[in-house]
Design a protein around this ligand. Structure first.
Ligand code: ARG
Length: 410
């Protein structure tokens, strides 16, 4: 009846070393918890590794469907993208992981939880804030943040303690992946002047070598959630996987940005998110047809707020619940088909249609079927332009600089 801790275990060097360290420094019995959010791991290898490092056991949770249904689709419906580039894959998985860590801690009667985040990133904040919201009684230990070792220190500790070092640690980057995308940082990427080398990309083909022929697919949405590709109904996990493969093969989904971390650091981050980039483009296209001007405008602001709260680790908040209620309400008529064209690194929208579309051909057309009352435009313009005419007459035209002087080059 030792003191138990649940460690979020990826199988990498950090968390493998952390198992032994938690035992030795704190005397914990370590329950390693691997959460499968689509990161394709060999769990028997992980179990072996965790046990050799000193874990009591490895618990594996398949969270793929939960991830898609409760995290990815709401973020897609919100059009949540951080700083115009990052579709938030890593950021979205953290609150789910925190939730499952707390759940397993309860099942195992553990008094503490641990994660392998450093003290410089966003992920520590997302974990700690989410855990403290869901299970405030749990102690949180972050070995990597505490020990502040270099990579070589870690390897040395592993060697001295006969801890198996995962071979994948030859990877010169720090990476994280789940169904919604792959995040890559560190190594040569730390210099924003350096173009990402080819070995950064594993999900996407170089657009130069991508197929000459574009691929067309029709994605069907219902209330803002993707339902089918080319009329084949698919569960969310399969749908996202298929699009990752297909769009990835056409070089779609590469993102390279310098972003503002919550902890105040600017960092250079590279992402691969073929399905996310494709679905976000398709979803926005469908909203063009089905949302009113006011909804489009206001939702853009909500999207940004939504992306920030995901990025900043505030998933489990009432503010999120309120915004989510707005977003869900906007999605009532966001149903229909979007035809995407994937070609050499780009996704473009070839066509879109929706049963509840607000696009009216009779109003828009320049053909004979035109139903728009052009005479009525006169009265509309007269009233719309009324304050503009008044300002011009009383102010603008009386000023010495003249009407072009908006930004005078002095
Ligand atoms: N910058 C991204 C975020 O804060 C990704 C971080 C992922 N971590 C990594 N080891 N690449 O969400």
């Amino acid at each position: 009846m030792g003191n138990k801790i649940v460690l979020a275990y990826s199988g990498g060097l950090d968390t493998t070393v952390a198992i032994r360290w938690l035992k030795e420094s704190y005397g914990y019995d370590v329950i390693a918890l691997t959460i499968d959010v689509g990161n394709e791991k060999d769990f028997t290898v992980l179990e072996e590794r965790a046990r050799t490092a000193g874990a009591e056991k490895l618990v594996v949770r398949d969270a793929k469907q939960l991830f898609i249904e409760h995290f990815v689709w709401p973020a897609l419906q919100a059009d949540a993208v951080y700083e115009d580039g990052y579709p938030l894959a890593t950021a979205l998985a953290r609150p789910l992981m925190a939730y499952l860590m707390c759940e397993v801690a309860r099942e195992e009667s553990a008094t503490a939880v641990a994660h392998g985040c450093t003290g410089k990133g966003n992920d520590q904040v997302r974990f700690d804030v989410s855990i403290s919201a869901l299970a405030p009684h749990l102690k949180i230990v972050a070995p990597v943040r505490e020990w502040k070792w270099s990579r070589d220190d870690e390897i040395e500790f592993a060697r001295a303690n006969d801890i198996p070092i995962p071979v994948t640690q030859a990877n010169p980057y720090s990476t994280d992946e789940n169904l919604w995308g792959r995040s890559i940082e560190a190594g040569v990427l730390e210099d924003p002047w350096v173009e990402p080398p080819d070995d950064v990309w594993t999900w996407t083909s170089d657009p130069r070598g991508a197929p000459d022929e574009p691929a067309y697919r029709t994605i069907t949405f219902e209330r803002g959630r993707p339902l089918a590709i080319d009329d084949e109904r698919l569960d969310g996990v399969t749908l996202v996987r298929r699009l990752n493969e297909l769009a990835g093969a056409h070089g779609v989904g590469r993102v390279d940005q310098v972003e503002n971390r919550l902890v105040g650091i600017k960092s250079r981050e590279v992402y691969e998110a073929p399905a996310a980039v494709t679905l976000l483009a398709a979803h926005r296209a469908l909203e063009q047809l089905t949302l009113t001007r006011e909804q489009v405008r206001f939702k853009q602001r909500v999207s940004q707020e939504y992306a920030d709260l995901i990025y900043n680790g505030r998933w489990f908040t009432t503010h999120h619940r309120d915004l989510a209620a707005y977003v869900q309400s906007t999605q009532r008529h966001v149903s229909g088909d979007v035809r995407v064209r994937l070609h050499r690194g780009t996704v473009t929208i070839a066509g879109k249609r929706a049963p509840d579309s607000l696009y009216s051909l009779e109003q828009a057309t320049y053909g004979r079927e035109d139903q728009f009352d052009q005479d009525a435009a006169l009265g509309f313009i007269k009233i719309w332009g009324l304050p503009v005419r008044l300002q011009a007459e009383r102010q603008l035209l009386r000023e010495a600089e003249g009407p072009l002087a908006i930004a005078s080059p002095e």
